[in-house]
Design a protein around this ligand. Structure first.
Ligand code: NAD
Ligand code: UFG
Length: 346
């Protein structure tokens, strides 16, 4: 029996595949590679000494999706595939809704048709919108401020409706806070296309000299130093959270929501200092206006994940920055295009 990982070649997907293989699961990975590189999965295979059956398939391609279910004994799915750039989603809402919502519906229909009732879904702390207080628990009010966030909210609702309609479903909805860092080997990591939107990839690119300076978006928030505070979590801790969530699905029914965060917030300027220490490089920065839609402070209360899943984040902010820098210096161009040895492309 195998676990289907959609978006398996992506940043979080590749780290999750690695942890699943280490935990003894067989994997079928699906990705259209629109924001990723097959090289990531080749490296996961090299790191683990195990193989991944890979399909370069678009979730919107119903027939190709069905072939995967016909060819493989899928017992559970981890659904990470999706577009994730907030600004882009504002500019191209139809593209985002079609890709993220239609693709997800086709996947869920296929899960139902083939009797696969265990599902882990990648949601996001973005569903908390502008939280009134911190830390944020899973029962805080939900709100979306952009089409990307709306796709997460809509899919969460679809999952709740599925479990209301049919008892068989066993679903974990994981709300990630801010995943950063890379596998400690430096072989897999985050490889954004073009100019990075997120803080850590941008810091890495400044430290390595691709960009002259960081723009700090606002220093007038109600935080300790005025800059935005977030709950950064090491991507390997996050990936391990998926394994724990999957294991839990074998013991319960219904839809269960979990915050995956550390419970601790760091400001932009604290992150700059941590990255300077980890890299030994000076990070020049200027204070710029607030980025539209940004919130001041957001960090998790992760206690439910500990109580139900016995999962908690273990890696420190220095380890996150050190591993991000290790990945950046070993792969200044990210994943280079190498010969593809795909197990199966349909
Ligand atoms: P990523 O872009 O690296 O991975 C997503 C993968 O999905 C990519 O490999 C992409 O090629 C693939 N994909 C997209 N649309 C597809 C489609 N129609 N068919 C097949 N494959 C498709 O992003 P990531 O950071 O690894 O994020 C994974 C998931 O986690 C996403 O759903 C994202 O919304 C969610 N998430 C990410 C963050 C973050 O900060 N990275 C935070 C919260 C939630
Ligand atoms: N920031 C800067 N300069 C930059 C980039 C970011 O100052 O060049 C600041 C932001 O203003 C914010 C903090 O760094 O205060 C973190 O910003 P990110 O863009 O790294 O992360 P966000 O919290 O804004 O959003 C990310 C994802 C969302 C996801 C959310 C919660 O982009 O999709 O984490 O998981 F929903």
């Amino acid at each position: 029996m195998a676990v289907l990982v959609t978006g398996g070649a992506g940043y979080i997907g590749s780290h999750t595949c690695l942890e699943l293989l280490e935990a003894g699961y067989e994997i079928v990975a699906l990705d259209n590679l629109m924001n990723s590189n097959y090289e990531a999965l080749r490296r996961v295979e090299r790191l683990t000494g195990k193989t991944i059956k890979f399909y370069q398939v678009d979730l919107l391609d119903r027939d190709a999706l069905e072939v995967i279910f016909q060819e493989n004994p899928i017992e559970a799915a981890i659904h990470l595939a999706g577009l994730k750039a907030v600004g882009e989603s504002v500019m191209m809402p139809l593209f985002y809704y079609h890709n993220n919502i239609t693709g997800t519906l086709l996947l869920f229909e296929m899960l139902k048709k083939y009797g696969v009732s265990k599902l882990v879904f990648s949601s996001s702390a973005t569903v908390y919108g502008r939280p009134q207080t911190v830390p944020v628990t899973e029962n805080f009010p939900l709100q979306a401020t952009n089409p990307y966030g709306m796709t997460k909210l809509m899919i969460e609702q679809i999952l709740q409706d599925l479990t209301t309609a049919e008892d068989a479903w066993s679903i974990a909805i994981l709300r990630y806070f801010n995943p950063i860092g890379a596998h400690e080997s430096g072989m897999i990591g985050e490889d954004p296309k073009g100019m990075p939107n997120n803080l850590l990839p941008f810091l890495s690119k400044v430290a390595i000299g691709y960009y002259p300076q960081l723009q700090v978006y606002g220093n007038d928030f109600l935080t300790s130093d005025g800059t935005g505070v977030r709950d950064y979590i090491h991507v390997v801790d996050l990936a391990k959270g998926h394994v724990r969530a999957l294991q839990k699905l074998y013991t319960c029914n219904g839809a269960h929501i979990y915050n995956l965060g550390t419970g601790q917030g760091y400001s932009v300027l604290e992150m700059v200092r941590a990255f300077e220490m980890a890299s030994g490089k000076k990070i020049p920065y200027t204070i710029a206006p607030r980025r539209p839609g940004d919130i001041g402070e957001c960090y998790a209360d992760p206690s439910k994940s500990w109580e139900d899943l016995q999962w908690k984040a273990e890696k420190t902010i220095m380890e996150m920055c050190r591993d991000a820098w290790n990945w950046q210096t070993k792969n200044p161009e990210g994943y280079r295009t190498e010969t593809r040895e795909v197990t199966a492309i349909i």
